[in-house]
Ligand binder design. Structure first.
Ligand code: FES
Ligand code: FES
Length: 164
């Protein structure tokens, strides 16, 4: 059985995994990081998005062994020192969720969008989030949340202040 060593949310972890083990399985079942969700298992819904070496990836279609030596950040790793990440704060402020099932993947994708593109307009957000499906919200508040989160991330000011 291959051994995989990676850094997850700042912590070095080593695990024996089957060569077919998916990254999402390793995160949820071995490391008990259940914030990363599985909505489809076929790369459709985006509920499983995490960051691998700074890029958003669907962890349901990534093998754990492919991540040997990589740095992985999950939704559990976004908040720092007990403070929500600005994008998490923006989703809370703008009611960007209902049941919350899609939310971890939405937020990880949104952070990736801002990391790559900075402040983005509504059309770009909608296009960039096409790989993330939400069954509840109708997307409107998610888009508002990403707009606000982007402003807060780029300006370094709290969500409410960045919106003024
Ligand atoms: Fe990965 Fe749906 S669980 S895209
Ligand atoms: Fe329920 Fe998006 S909030 S699926």
């Amino acid at each position: 059985m291959p051994t995989v060593t990676l850094t997850v949310n700042g912590r070095s972890v080593t695990a024996d995994v089957d060569s077919r083990t998916l990254l999402v399985q390793m995160l949820r079942e071995t490391l008990h990081l259940t914030g990363t969700h599985v909505g489809c298992d076929t790369s459709q819904c985006g509920a499983c998005v995490v960051h691998v070496d700074g890029k958003a990836v669907k962890s349901c279609t990534t093998l754990a062994v492919q991540c040997e030596g990589a740095t992985v950040v999950t939704i559990e790793g976004l908040a720092q020192d007990g403070k929500l990440h600005p994008m998490q704060e923006a989703f809370r402020e703008h009611h960007g969720l209902q049941c919350g099932f899609c939310t971890p993947g939405m937020i990880m994708s949104a952070v990736d969008i801002v990391n790559r593109k900075g402040i983005v307009d509504e059309a770009t957000i909608r296009e960039e989030l096409e790989g993330n499906i939400c069954r509840c919200t109708g997307y409107h508040n998610i888009v508002r949340a990403v707009e606000a989160g982007a402003k807060a991330m780029v300006s370094g000011t709290p969500v409410r202040q960045a919106a003024e």
